[in-house]
Design a protein around this ligand. Structure first.
Ligand code: F6R
Length: 614
């Protein structure tokens, strides 16, 4: 949700900033802009639409050389996505330029005060207010770092701000409160980015910043303070992936690449998490075994796809541990006064680690003395940093806006957590846990087999590219899969898609069934007699009413075959683990169908990768 880049060094800042923006464009693509420091002044260009528009403008009307600059790619919150509202924003005299991610909640009041004192603001954004305040503070102190501290003390809400001063050619100053910002540490150059992708081609050494901190980068130095000017420390870390992970590698879309990376991602998520004989070793879970034994309730929170991973986790964790488990949308959680005690474990699932709704929910949970464990893909992000413990999913960077490998690896982490709790609390025998771990270890190969047969799913997607509505049905752990399949199709193909629990159908949604309506049906493995039989009944009911049944069923499932117009065969796996294999064809389907409709699947309309505003 808005990508931010800052650079100071000896390279051409324009090139470094534009490259960084290209890698961050998945965060927002309503507009893009750049500001450079040149000869005592700020030079800037900004354009509505994708980064390509800005690049075209710069090509037609080149910017002067500069080695200090900032850039922004926007997901609009305040004001329409047009040229004027695009970032950077300048102060009254144009001495400072600012880019911003987040929402300044008291901007209306601040704007009123500024206008009363003669400041004419040009845009509808909250950001421009920060630019004016910063310039006022700079006029007083003459120092951009001090000015940033002063300005931040006046702001409420969430923000990452990055600024340059036209009269200070070798310095970029940034601040963060509840929005992401990392520093890239180079040799004779330093970088700022919303995430490390912004500078990964230049350095893999990074500095994680805490909340309410101001950072000043020059060519050879990085200084961190709090908003009052007291010295503070960032946390140095090495990024364990490289540039190739952030490139398409021959695929047409990042999303397709990420779908095909899933066998490796799942294997990496499992790597080193057990001793080979099935004994789990989750060293990252810094909550003591005694504390884990004391847990009497688990609440899983997340948004969107992460929430669906939580829904799957509930089935597995309750079954393996007998601990009552609730799943809640993170944005609903703290507003309903949930009952939390120090015996509650809150599991926060977030690929990005920056989702504001989830972040606010974990802060609330910790204030209520609950223990918080994060399941997260992004090293150095805020949610794991503010949690008591973390299980990293090790999927590598996920750049396609729709989550794919993020979801599968979240499932793996949830299974590992459930099994670990069962091990610590003794609710499963060691050999039972080892048997599930053994099944998990087979998942990379199972997923690979589905991918090897992608063409048959693509064919179906091409046939259905004109569909106006698609439904998805599942039962038990297959229900969240149905929700996830529908979400992928909605966000990529922009068509009506809904997931239902198959048992709910007869209570209303069956009225939607009409001649030829495509309905995906996730059939539970045959071993689960009741579930399997009931799902087949549901399929018969919709087929009798004209639905086109697109059935995902395990290999050798002869009972469902007579009721399937199309069958997608899944490997034979335990019921609780089936979401891992059943999700993959639905990802392939949505990606291919949307591509056939001519949509940009990496940057679907109105969306952004990490939602850092509430
Ligand atoms: C859907 C999707 C979103 C995210 C949600 C949470 O494809 O990507 O629904 O899952 O915004 O994001 P994270 O996991 O980063 O907290």
């Amino acid at each position: 949700m808005c990508g931010i880049v800052g650079y100071v060094g000896d390279k051409q800042a324009e090139i470094v900033v534009i490259e960084g923006l290209r890698r961050l464009e998945y965060r927002g693509y309503d507009s893009a802009g750049i500001a450079l420091v040149n000869d005592g002044d700020i030079v800037s260009d900004k354009r509505a639409g994708k980064l390509a528009n800005l690049e075209k403008a710069i090509k037609e009307s080149p910017l002067p050389p500069s080695t200090t600059g900032i850039g922004h790619t926007r997901w609009a919150t305040h004001g329409a996505p047009n040229d004027v509202n695009a970032h950077p924003h300048l102060g009254r005299t144009g001495r400072v330029a600012v880019v911003h991610n987040g929402i300044i909640e008291n901007f209306a009041k601040l704007r009123e005060e500024l206008e009363r004192t003669g400041h004419g603001l040009r845009s509808e954004t909250d950001t421009e207010v920060a630019a004016h305040l910063l310039e006022v503070a700079l006029d007083e102190s003459g120092n951009l770092t001090t000015a940033m501290q002063v300005a931040c003390r006046q702001l409420e809400g969430t923000f990452t701000l990055v600024a340059v001063d036209g009269q200070d050619p070798d310095r970029v100053v940034a601040a963060r409160r509840n929005s992401p910002l990392v520093v890239g540490l180079g040799e004779g150059e330093n970088f700022l980015g919303s995430d490390v992708a912004a500078f990964i081609e230049h350095t893999r050494e990074a500095l994680e910043l805490g909340q309410d901190q101001v950072v000043t980068i020059t060519r050879d130095d990085v200084q961190v303070t709090d908003f009052d000017g007291n010295r503070a420390e960032g946390k140095h870390y090495h990024v364990d992936w490289d540039l190739s992970a952030a490139e398409k590698d021959g695929y047409d879309w990042f999303m397709r690449k990420e779908i095909f990376e899933q066998p490796r991602a799942v294997a990496d998520a499992l790597l080193g998490r057990h001793d080979g004989a099935g004994l789990l070793q989750l060293d990252e879970v810094r909550i003591t075994e005694d504390e884990l034994r004391d847990i009497d309730k688990i609440v899983i929170i997340g948004c969107g796809t992460a929430n669906y991973a939580g829904l799957v986790a509930k089935y597995a964790i309750e079954h393996w541990t007998r601990i009552p488990c609730e799943v809640e949308l993170a944005h609903e959680f703290r507003y309903r006064d949930p009952i939390l005690t120090r015996h509650t474990l809150v599991v926060a699932i977030s690929q990005s680690g920056e989702t504001a709704d989830t972040l606010m929910a974990i802060r609330y949970a910790r204030r209520q003395r609950a223990k918080v464990l994060a399941i997260c893909n992004t090293n150095g992000s805020t949610i794991p940093r503010e949690s008591d413990a973390v299980i990293y999913t090790h999927a590598g960077p996920e750049i396609g806006v729709a989550s794919t490998k993020g979801f599968l690896t979240q499932l793996i982490a949830c299974y590992l957590l459930g099994l670990y709790l069962a091990q610590v609390r003794g609710t499963k025998y060691g050999d039972e846990i080892a048997a599930v771990v053994h099944e998990l270890e087979k998942m990379p190969a199972h997923v690979q087999r589905i991918l090897d047969d992608a063409e048959s799913v693509y064919k179906l997607a091409r046939q259905l590219a004109g569909a106006r509505s698609v439904l998805f049905l599942g039962r038990h752990a297959g229900f969240p899969v149905a929700l996830e399949g529908a979400l992928k199709l909605k966000e990529l193909a922009y068509i009506h898609a809904e997931g239902f629990a198959a048992g709910e159908l007869k209570h209303g949604p069956i009225a939607l069934i009409e001649e030829g309506l495509p309905v995906f049906c996730v059939v539970p493995p045959q071993g689960r007699d009741q579930l399997h039989a009931k799902m087949i009944s549901a399929i018969q009911e919709i087929r009798a009413r004209g639905a086109q049944t697109l059935v995902l069923a395990e290999e050798g499932d002869d009972e469902v075959a007579p009721y399937a117009d199309v069958t997608i065969t899944l490997p034979v796996v335990p019921t609780l683990l089936q979401p891992i294999v059943a999700t993959v064809p639905l990802q392939l389907f949505a990606c291919e169908l949307a591509t056939n409709m001519g949509h940009d699947v990496d940057q679907p309309r109105n969306l952004a990768k990490s939602v850092t505003v509430e």
